[in-house]
Write a protein that binds this ligand. Structure first.
Ligand code: MLC
Ligand code: AMP
Length: 502
């Protein structure tokens, strides 16, 4: 098998697949031709089955075809957030050892320097789909024999930040991605008639796999946008049937006065995930549009785990039921002992969607699975008496801002290294636009240090913009409990209104 063939089996050659931002439409036959050319180009660059192809480029149809071509050629796609700095990129590239790195032409010099010692090749692709890789692909044949792969072979590696420093590469197999897409097409009733508004980035699982793979597997089509813009998405609703987004999409759409019942008349499905959708947003949306957002819950390591029902109550503040092929249980976070569903514990899952482990980290992989094969998500939850899963918090010290994960430790390490800083605590505070706002509380020991703007400026080239604190607060000392542990919960409580008051 190969995920590419599984995903593209339903798309009739003449049927539309993707409407480009300029209005031109690519058919499924075009998809076959574009991916064939890119797959030939990868082979010409020496990429072998199993090799990693690391990609940090702006969103474009060609970027999407590069993902599919990589899978088609039997190689392993490794998408990277465009916000990552060269400093951050160095780690991913060093860890994954890609045979090829595809980057924006503007980053080529820096990236080439990074990979010199690794012997990887560097080619380019820009926001308009042009660059040295596209030039090479243009000269290639429009057919390509898809490389056969075993279900357990890797299709992608997606890095997720680690609680304790180093990011981990989640290894996703052809079978993981194929099974999750098939389950969701069925559950969410996607058909050839669907038109999905695709406004998510394609370097994370939500936009790359959930949105794209489902559209493909249904033989449906998408309106492809380089980024999310609320007014733009609103204007597309009359031509579309489905939208997938993070909660910030929905709060920003609600801020548009033209979002009305009439505006959503042709839409059959609004899906939210990647971060908690406030019950308030869910209810406001229903009141304004007469439709209920369908909230689902997933992770890079697992794809989607739960979903509110297509038919039946989509309950605000819950993530719905485990998917038909996913076993989900609540366990004691310390001992792993199963808890009664109504008790709060760590959510554990098992199923064909669950990844094959962390790249080159067998110990970390082993530590996150129970002996009976359940994966420990690190999310805290419970199951109510109707069977709906509720996420009530995170066992892991994680902030989610606008759907992007930020691990406080990574930010704290950078801040702690600044002159005059004794220590720091990075916390997420309620933020009206992003859900949580990354906030640094810096202990100075009573001595004057650099000011807020200087701290943020010092992080500029070190951390991606979305990881940088929106605000930096200064205190003499951080509050600690009797065990000497920094009381982050207290800090969150003390500063709860920072972004929401006034
Ligand atoms: C942008 N900024 C952010 C940010 N996005 N800061 C913190 N968190 C974010 N998410 C910064 C910008 O760099 C800019 O800084 C400033 O905030 C304002 O930017 P903006 O123009 O308002 O933001 P915009 O480009 O519109 O982006 C917001 C967004 C985007 C919500 C549309 O973040 C987004 O597309 N998020 C989706 C993330 C996602 O796909 N997650 C899925 C992960 S998979 P400045 O200073 O330069 O002005 C997963 C599994 C699962 O979690 O279950 O799905
Ligand atoms: P990532 O590592 O980027 O894949 O993020 C996965 C994490 O996002 C999960 O472990 C959850 O903490 C969070 N998440 C995803 N979907 C939801 C949701 N619907 N509600 C609450 N948290 C969510």
């Amino acid at each position: 098998m190969n995920l590419f063939d599984t995903l593209t089996a339903a798309g009739a050659p003449a049927a539309p697949f993707l409407e480009r931002p300029d209005g031109a439409v690519d058919s499924y036959a075009d998809l076959q031709a574009h991916t064939a050319r890119f797959a030939h180009a990868l082979c010409a660059l020496g990429v072998q089955p199993g090799d990693r192809v690391a990609v940090q480029v702006e969103k474009s149809p060609e970027n999407l075809y590069l993902y599919l071509a990589t899978v088609r050629a039997g190689a392993v796609f490794l998408p990277l957030n465009t916000a990552y700095t060269l400093n951050e990129l160095a780690y991913f590239i060093g860890d994954a050892g890609p045979a090829l790195v595809v980057c924006d032409p503007g980053a080529e010099a820096g990236v080439s320097e990074l990979v010199e010692a690794l012997g990887a090749r560097v080619v380019t692709l820009d926001a308009s789909g042009k660059g040295s890789l596209a030039d090479l692909a243009a000269a290639q044949p429009a057919t390509f024999p898809t490389v056969a792969r075993a279900p357990g072979d890797l299709a992608a590696i997606c890095y997720t930040s680690g609680t304790t420093g180093r990011s981990k590469g989640a290894m996703l197999t052809h079978a993981n991605l194929a099974s999750n897409a098939a389950t969701l097409v069925d559950l969410w009733r996607f058909t050839v008639r669907d038109v999905l508004i695709h406004a998510l980035p394609i370097y994370h699982v939500h936009g790359l796999f959930v949105a794209t793979n489902i559209t493909l597997m249904a033989g449906a089509s998408m309106i492809f946008r380089p980024r999310f813009d609320a007014a733009d998405v609103l204007s597309l609703l009359p031509r579309a049937s489905a939208l997938m987004g993070v909660p910030t999409f929905y709060t920003r759409l609600l801020a548009q006065p033209d979002l009305t019942r009439e505006a959503v008349v042709g839409m059959r499905l609004f899906i939210s995930g990647s971060a908690p959708l406030l019950a308030e947003t869910h209810l406001d949306w229903s009141a304004r549009t007469g439709t209920a957002i369908l909230e689902r819950y997933g992770m890079t390591e697992t794809g989607m785990n739960t979903s509110n029902p297509y038919d039946g109550d989509r309950v605000a503040g819950t993530v719905g039921f485990p998917l038909p092929d996913v076993a989900l249980r609540i366990a004691d976070p310390e001992t792993g002992a199963p808890l009664a569903p109504s008790e709060i514990g760590v959510i554990e899952v098992k199923g064909p969607n669950v990844f094959a482990g962390y790249w080159k980290m067998p110990d970390k992989t082993a530590a996150e699975f129970r002996p009976d094969g359940f994966f420990i998500t690190g999310d805290l939850g419970k199951i109510d008496d109707r069977g709906y899963v509720h996420i009530v918090g995170r066992g892991k010290d994680l902030i989610i801002a606008g759907g992007f994960n930020v691990y406080p430790k990574e930010v704290e390490e950078e801040i702690d290294a600044l002159p005059g800083v004794v220590e720091s605590a990075v916390i997420g505070l309620p933020h009206p636009d992003l859900g949580e706002g990354v906030t640094a509380v810096v202990a100075t020991g009573g001595k004057p240090v650099m000011d807020e703007a200087a701290v943020i400026a010092a992080l500029k080239d070190r951390l991606a913009r979305f990881k940088q604190p929106k605000r930096v607060l200064f205190v003499d000392d951080l509050p600690r409990n009797a065990m000497g542990k920094v009381q982050k919960a207290l800090l969150r409580q003390q500063h709860a209104g920072l972004y929401t008051d006034g």
